[in-house]
Design a protein around this ligand. Structure first.
Ligand code: GDP
Length: 202
């Protein structure tokens, strides 16, 4: 897929205020610092479409970007901040679960995982919740350039093995690097293939 246009549309703290269109949308979510903003900028060929938050955990907004006038890329807040209180965590969970439960045009979520890290409970729990609620998602392993090819392969194999302890099959996954652009086309082509089969409800 060629990116012809990418524009910021709106930020929301409430799913009911998200754009009232039937265009397909794709959500990007993951732990803070996983490389989400960098990946969004890399996918859209923009330097600062998605901005890294200077105050982690404070800005909990759903950001809609309109791509090629035909689909939305949705930047969801990063999770897993060590310093937020229990109450804040609960509010955040509700905010995210509301988005996924209510947003019917959300066709696939991309759960970002740092390819250097071992499976973390917070990601595992989140993916389990997605599975239980039948919300389609893929995994994107980020920062692939930070590992040598052999180590990268080994890390992903280990991740898969751990996933397969609870999942019947490994969810579809992509390996990317925002630094080199590796894997970017695969993600965009995957989105295109879903868009091609998507007919908006009347
Ligand atoms: P976010 O908090 O998930 O939005 O993460 P950012 O996109 O701000 O990235 C966090 C840090 O990781 C920044 O210092 C980025 O420069 C770095 N980073 C992100 N993606 C990559 C990547 O693909 N390769 C490398 N080498 N560094 C990356």
């Amino acid at each position: 897929m060629k990116i012809k246009s990418a524009e910021f549309v709106i930020s929301n703290s409430d799913v009911s205020k998200c754009p009232e269109t039937k265009l397909p949308e794709y959500a990007f979510i993951g732990r803070s610092n996983v490389g989400k903003s960098s990946l969004i900028n890399s996918l859209t060929n923009r330097k600062d479409l998605a901005k890294t938050s200077g105050r982690p955990g404070k800005t909990q907004l759903i950001n809609h970007f309109l791509i090629n006038q035909s689909w939305y890329l949705v930047d969801l807040p990063g999770y897993g901040y060590a310093r937020v209180s229990k109450k804040e965590k609960k509010t955040f969970q509700k905010f995210i679960t509301n988005y996924f439960e209510k947003r019917e045009q959300m066709l696939c979520a991309f759960v970002l995982i740092d390819s250097r890290h071992k499976p973390q409970p917070i990601d595992m729990e989140f993916m389990t919740w997605m599975g239980e609620h039948q919300i389609p998602f893929c995994i994107i392993f980020t920062k692939a350039d930070k590992l040598k090819p052999k180590a990268l392969e080994r890390h992903i194999e280990e991740y898969k093995a751990e996933m397969l302890e609870t999942w019947v099959e490994m969810p579809q996954y992509f390996v990317t690097s925002s630094a080199s652009g590796f894997g970017k086309e695969e993600v965009l082509d995957f989105i295109q293939s879903i868009n091609d089969g998507f007919l908006p409800q009347q």
